[in-house]
Design a protein around this ligand. Sequence first.
Ligand code: GLA
Length: 414
Amino acid sequence: MNMLPCCPRRPVFWMAAAILLVVVASTAFSQKYADLSLTPPMGWNSWNRFGCDVNEELIREIADAMVTTGMKDAGYQYINIDDCWHGTRDSLGFIHPDPKRFPSGIKALADYVHAKGLKLGIYSDAGYRTCGGKPASRGHEFQDAISYAQWGIDYVKYDWCETQNLNGIGAYTTMRDAIRSAGRPMVLSLCEWGSNKPWLWGKEVGHLWRTTGDISPVWDSVVNHGTWQSNGVLQILDMQKGLRQYAGPGHWNDPDMMEVGNGMTANEDRAHFSLWCMLAAPLIAGNDLRTMPKGTSDILENKEVIAVDQDSLGVEALKSSAKDSIEIWFKPLVGGDWAMCILNRNREQRKVSIDWQTENVLDSLSMRNTQFATTTYKIRDLWLKKELGTTKKPLAAKVEGHDILMVRLQKMEK
Ligand code: GLA
């Protein structure tokens, strides 16, 4: 019988197989490290409080304080050095830390931080210079990723200053690929301020993306810095409109690092923190942990509020109503619970009454419905840490100016 030669003997078969292999291999090669941030990352960053004034002693002391203040126990993990750690590049183009500020080198710092059970993050920028005018990664992406991997870095925040004519998706994808090829899992935090709508493409590239320009420790105003402006808590909150559908486990909207403990009132700090948790935002503290007063640690370390942020469903809250400066937000949680907030944007105290039967929420994103007519929930105040009855009766509450009431609605067995 005249049999056709078996497929593997045909050159065309082997060529097709080789091409397939290359495609499969390059796809695997160019993926971000998945599973690094299935819940929003939690940590600390130097910028909001210290700006360019960073050095290895500060970072070591912050790592110590992360443990002694209880922040680590509350879930905070990353210690992120922001801008201005840089020295110069050597003749081969490798970057080195500023020898005066970081005389022991970054690897020694990473070892110190890791020995405490914490992780170390670093900062660079897709352009020629960082926002602080230091050498950035353009043209050195793969080299820089190799250095970070060798140093033991766990988290890279990648900024967007001096990026003339660069394409956002391309620039961030290059750093993603550089990290992948360096072979060490590192969270990639895209910091291009929402300029290129990163929520549309960031999921494939990084683990979180900034949605706005920089935050400032103010409640409700825009701060003018001459050539640029930064935003208060409410400005940033309002800019999250329409973005919740893009976030989820492993890819988060980032409304910027926190300003808790950096000058706002206790009410404002509490509301800011609650809102960030409702938004499933990365919780990156920006205050001086070494001198943190109890009032501040009570906010940053409230485990029941943090549990709302870290809920494994990973769905952001939705605003169900807004009237006379009072906003009501609902966040679906795993297992049928909900978190709910009453935000008072105004300066004066307000009395609010919630009639649950008229407050039903149908969330088309998570396909969840509160169904207050047929489901009863226990109401737990997450700041007072006490039960407020059930949803069988309307809730009467007083909310102070610039403050928030935050409750967990715990589904009761029928
Ligand atoms: C930009 C970023 C900030 C911070 C500074 C550092 O403004 O948005 O978060 O990293 O640069 O220079």
